[in-house]
Every structure is written in C-alpha cells, then in structure tokens.
Write a protein that binds this ligand. Structure first.
Ligand SMILES: Cc1cc2nc3c(=O)[nH]c(=O)nc-3n(C[C@H](O)[C@H](O)[C@H](O)COP(=O)(O)OP(=O)(O)OC[C@H]3O[C@@H](n4cnc5c(N)ncnc54)[C@H](O)[C@@H]3O)c2cc1C
Length: 626
C-alpha cells in the first residue's frame, strides 16, 4: 500500500503541475459484492433474445443529446474497460453513450493471453517483498476471476496449468506457493492445486520433456486459473450494455472534446463516424476516457502538455497446432533461463504460446518481431520433447498493455498492474491500467468517480457483480447436444443445390461456447438460410455466423468477423485468408455493400492479416473436419 500511495502522490504532483483544476487520483478496490441485480434488468437482457438495437438507433441517440439534455456519461473506447463502464453505468439507471473508433475489442482487449487470473507472480512478489499491497491486489483479482467466469459461463472456464519441476526444491517451492494461491482465493477457489509425479505428469502432458539440463523431471504442480475468449467476451459486454439501454457505437472516433466556455469543464465530444465520414457533437455530464494505451491522446485533446500516464508494454503470442499441448491442460514455466515466464495453453482447438512483455512504442496495429517469435519457440523447446518449428506457427500477433505509469520505474516488471482512476481535467474521468480480469471493478470505480464528478443521480448502486451477460443466462455446458441433435447444416453446393449436412460435435460445441444460449439462433440461420458450410477447412466456424454477427453483434467489416467475432485470424492466418471471399460475400448481402466497398474490405482485411506474422508455409491439417 505504501508504494501505491507514493506512486499516486507522484502522479498527483505531476498533474498538479499541469495546472489541472480538479485532480483526484485513486487506486481503489471495490469490495461490496452482496448487491443483487434488479430482476427486471436481468430479465430484459435474457429475454431480448440477443436482438440489439441497430447501429443507426445509437447514432440518433448520440446526435440527439444537447447541452440542455446531455447524456449522463459518454465513454470513449470500446475495449474491456470501456464496455465494462457502459454496462455498469446503464445498469445503474444512467443515460449512457459509448464510442469506439474501430471495432469493439480491436485494441488490446482481443490480444491478451486470455487468462482470467489473480497473478501468481504478483503473489510471489508480495511474499518476498513483504508487500501487503501486492497481496491485496492478488486477493482482489482472484475474487474478480470467479465473477467473470460466473457472469459469462459460456465464454469462460477454469483451466489447469502445469508447472514442471526438475529439482526437488522447485517441487516444494511451487507446491507451497500454489497452495498459498489456493488459500488466498478462499471461497472463490476454482479447484485445488496438486502435485503430480513425473510419470503422472507425462501421462497428462505427453509432449513434456523428461530431462532438462541433465536433471530428470521430478514432477509437476498443477493449479487452476480461468480462460476466456477475450474479444467475444468484449463484444458480449457491448451487446449486453446495448440491450440494457446504452448507445454503443463502433467505428465512431472522438476527434476533439467540447468545453464549457464559462468554466472550462468538458461537456462532450466531437465524434467522427468512421463509416459514413460524418461528424457530430455528443453532450454528456461526464466523459469517461477508457481509451486504453491511447488514453493520453484523449487527455492531450484537453491539454497538449498533459503528462503521460501510460507506459506502453507489448507482448507477443504465437499459435501452434493442437498436438503441442494436450486438450485441457496448460504449461506455465515461471522462470525460464533468462528469467522470463513462458506459457503454452490450449485455446479454441489450437495451442497458444507466449512470454512476458517488453517496452514498446504505441501503434494502432502492433506487429510481432521475428526475434520475439523465435524467443518463444526457443523457450518452449527447452520444455518439450518434440521438435518446435517456426514452420508450425499458424498465427502470431502482438498486443500493447496500458500500464499505468510510475515515473520512477525503470522496467515494466516493477510497474503496478493496478488500475488508476483520475479526473485531472474537470468533466473528464480517465480509467486505465489494470487487466482484463479486473475490468468489472475498474468500471465500477470509474462510474463511482463519474457520479461524484457530474453529481449524477443513479437509480441504484453497481449491480454488475452478479449480472449475467447476454447468452449466459441459463447456459449449461451440455447445451451443445441440443444443437447437435435438433439442427442440420444446410449447405449450398457449387452447382447451387442446397444439401443437408450433419451438425457435428465440433461445430455444436463451438456454437454453444461462442454464443451461449443464442447458439440456436445461429444454428437456425445455418439450417433455414442455407448458410451451413464451414468457412475454413479444419475449423468449426460457419457461414451462418457471419450473417448472425452482422445482424446482432455490430459486425461492420470483414476484419471484425475474422478477428473478433470468430477468431480465425488469431488461430490461423492462412485459413483466415481463405475464408475472406465468402465472409465478404455474406457481409455484402447483409450490409448491401457496393463493389468499391467490397474491394476496400478485401484490401483492409489483407493489410490486417499482414500484421499477423505466421509462417508463410505453415502446413497444418488435422483432417478432423472435412
Ligand atoms: C500481451 C498481453 C497479454 C495480456 N494478457 C492478459 C491476461 O491473460 N489476463 C488479463 O487479465 N489481462 C491481460 N492483459 C491485459 C488486458 O488485455 C488489458 O488490460 C485490457 O485489455 C485493456 O483494456 P482497455 O479497454 O483498457 O484497452 P483497449 O482494449 O486497448 O481498448 C481501448 C479502446 O479505445 C479505443 N480508442 C482509442 N482512441 C479512441 C478515440 N479517439 N475515440 C474512440 N475510441 C478510441 C481503441 O480503438 C481501443 O479499442 C494482457 C495485455 C497484453 C498486452
């Protein structure tokens, strides 16, 4: 706590020097999770059948705000944080708008490791530095971990992660540390950690190395964290906020902020619709800046000299074929030879691998460097008994973490992963830092700050602790059997005939996990509209999903679909390339695009995929899904 307080005093001092009229910096941990959800809100979300208002309705409501009749809150940024804020505020009965310059989750929130975690490494630091503040952060994140999983059960699940030990000291060290992790989780524990002998470990993880640096494997400690489909969770937050009454608009960029002439308070923003090119003003009692790594750009719209709050830090991930890791078991090496963490996790039928972050510069489309990809491959080969090959890399991407900056810190490791809420310009509340796992409590803190700043009158307190997202209410892991048993996939042949195909287990499971209880709506489209073909060989994504996402998930471009509605770009760049023509064809029918828009979509999607550095000749055909 002491170091947090010092950090805040430092940032506060800098902001004061910038002569901000009102400055409040807080790092808060929300604690009250006993508030119940107003049943009418939960019912409204659950019974809407996922039918969100159209994009044009949101434009009208944002354009319709005036200085005399402003929104309560305008949120800038449609990542996890911004969409979390919109959902929190609208379910407190406030009038809310949200603008995102590209797509929901197009920033960092689709590029995470996809872990919902308390931060085992921070627990280690808490113990060794006797740092109660760090311990509190872990405690808090573990609490949020359980809530994120419970509130979107279709998109999140618990995942066992194995830590290999090549010495008996390591066995004792990791076993004790992970038992402490269980203990700190308390009632929110997902499952107990446990030790497995070398023989048991190899049965569970056949590709694990038996010998490392002349030492034989002594066993492994397996512990549990959560795993999610990050961009779909983000889109789920946006759609749930929309169903609850917020006006959420993607492809809408804040180009300037509006100030009151008399007292200089921020009273709204000038927004450019990046689809039509038109600009309009939206007025709000408070603007919440949730622009992630770009939140300093928004602050600089008020004062070019605003001191930076963000220290950008980038992380690279690669995707490998499924045979690298067993289904349902991750591998985490807390300290590789150079001291970095390396992990390998099963994800959507493939293997996701990566390491910790390094300092970077800010860019909208970050790209992984070849040496970072090679570092991950080299680190993995120290722990696997199979050939680890660059040619197996199906996709590789980079993401930028919005670390809230401590001006004294020299490296990203020592910068706190905690979030910061600040109002250094009256009427503009900035929320940044934190992590995906804690988006809900970050949102709660930001909305609390906005209520104070704008003297807003919410109808109720924060209720997002127990608010189930769209598609999650009543979902059960066995739901996929209904899809498999009750639907067929009607597929159009090359000569134009429509023939029935089986709704196989892989597709049924995918639909159920991606769309929750709304999966039946996608299955219906595939059955009734002849859109039952797979979009790419070896992947369970269906043509029907393109139409569904265009209609009910604000999917406005081909990239939105291949990257953030289905995850093909992240899983397999080549497969995403192959799916593009059909994706664009279906979106053209849904959005009535003309030829020039179609060509533009091809160009943009190809440019996007160029930033994913897969192996040019990656060859992987699992032969499962013909
Ligand atoms: C490599 C990596 C791995 C990670 N792994 C994990 C993990 O496993 N678990 C975890 O809990 N956390 C993880 N994180 C952290 C987590 O991903 C981030 O904390 C979180 O996604 C940040 O969300 P955000 O909404 O604040 O930012 P973003 O997702 O970046 O959203 C900000 C949005 O603001 C928009 N925007 C910017 N300027 C404007 C403007 N002028 N007008 C309108 N919109 C604008 C952007 O387009 C963007 O979409 C990871 C981060 C990285 C980089």
């Amino acid at each position: 706590m002491a170091s947090s307080a010092l950090r805040l005093r430092r940032i506060g001092a800098i902001a004061a020097a910038a002569a901000a009229a009102t400055t409040t910096f807080t790092v808060t941990i929300s604690s009250n999770d006993n508030r119940s959800v107003d049943p009418s809100i939960q019912t409204k979300i659950a019974t809407s059948n996922g039918v969100v208002p159209p994009r044009r309705a949101h434009i009208s409501s944002l354009v319709g705000s005036t200085p005399d009749k402003p929104l309560d809150i305008l949120v800038v940024g449609g990542g996890a944080t911004g969409c979390g804020v919109a959902l929190d505020a609208v379910t407190r009965g406030l009038r809310v708008g949200l603008v995102e310059r590209e797509d929901f989750a197009s920033g960092t929130s689709s590029r995470s490791t996809k872990l919902i975690h308390g931060g085992v490494r921070y627990l280690e630091k808490a113990v060794f530095n006797v740092d109660y503040g760090q311990l509190k952060l872990v405690f808090h994140a573990l609490k949020e971990r359980k809530q994120v999983i419970d509130n979107a059960p279709h998109l999140c699940h618990s995942l066992p992660c194995m830590t290999p030990c090549f010495g008996w000291f390591e066995v004792v060290y990791y076993w004790a540390g992970l038992k402490l992790y269980d203990l700190v989780a308390g009632a929110r524990l997902l499952h107990m950690s446990r030790y497995y002998s070398a023989q048991e470990s190899i049965e569970l993880f056949p590709t694990l190395k038996r010998m490392g640096d002349d030492k034989s494997l002594k066993g492994t400690v397996v512990y549990y964290d959560g795993q999610m489909n990050d961009s779909r969770l983000n889109v789920g937050l946006a759609c749930t906020a929309s169903l609850a009454g917020a006006s959420v608009l993607n492809y809408a960029e804040v180009v300037s902020l509006l100030k009151d002439d008399v007292d200089g308070r921020i009273i709204g923003a000038r927004i450019r619709d990046n689809i039509s090119g038109e600009e309009f003003d939206t007025y709000a009692k408070v603007v919440i800046n949730a622009a992630g790594p770009f939140c300093d750009f928004i602050r600089k719209l008020v004062d070019k000299a605003a001191p930076p709050m963000i220290s950008p830090s980038s992380g690279v991930h690669i995707v490998l074929p499924d045979y690298y890791s067993p289904e349902g078991m991750g591998l985490i090496v807390p300290k590789t030879k150079d001291g970095r963490v390396v992990f390998m996790l099963p994800w959507l039928g493939r293997t996701l691998a990566g390491t910790t972050d390094s300092n970077t510069i800010l860019t909208m489309l970050p790209e992984p460097h070849e040496d970072e990809i090679q570092f991950i491959l080299d680190a993995l080969s120290d722990y696997l008994c199979i050939k680890v090959r660059r040619t197996d890399v199906l996709s590789a991407w980079s993401g930028i973490r919005p670390l809230a900056m401590d001006p004294r810190a020299k490296n990203t490791e020592s910068i706190s992963r905690d979030h910061v809420v600040c109002e250094d310009f009256p009427g503009l509340v900035t929320i940044t830092g934190g992590k995906w796992t804690t988006y809900r409590s970050m949102a709660e803190d930001a909305v609390d700050a906005a209520i104070k700043s704008g003297k807003l009158s919410p109808a109720n307190e924060c209720i997002t602790h127990n608010l189930i997202l769209t598609g999650g209410s009543g979902w059960d892991p066995s739901n996929f059997t209904v899809i498999a048993q009750q639907y067929v996939r009607m597929k159009q042949t090359r000569d134009g005939r429509v023939v029935p195909g089986v709704m196989d287990t892989a597709v049924a499971k995918h639909l159920s996990q991606a769309y929750g209880t709304l999966a039946e709506r996608v299955a219906s489209i595939s059955q009734n509209e002849g859109l039952g073909k797979r979009l790419a060989h070896g992947y369970p994504f269906l043509e029907a999903e393109v139409a569904y996402c265009a209609r009910y998930e604000y999917c406005e471009s081909a990239t939105d679909f291949i990257a953030r509605r289905c995850r093909l770009a992240f899983l397999d760049t080549d497969a995403a390339h192959q799916a593009l023509p059909r994706v664009i064809e279906i979106l053209t029918a849904e959005h009535k695009w003309d030829t020039s828009r179609k060509n533009y979509e091809f160009k943009k999607a190809k440019e996007f995929l160029e930033t994913f550095k897969s192996s040019k000749n990656a060859q992987f055909h699992d032969g499962k899904h013909k």
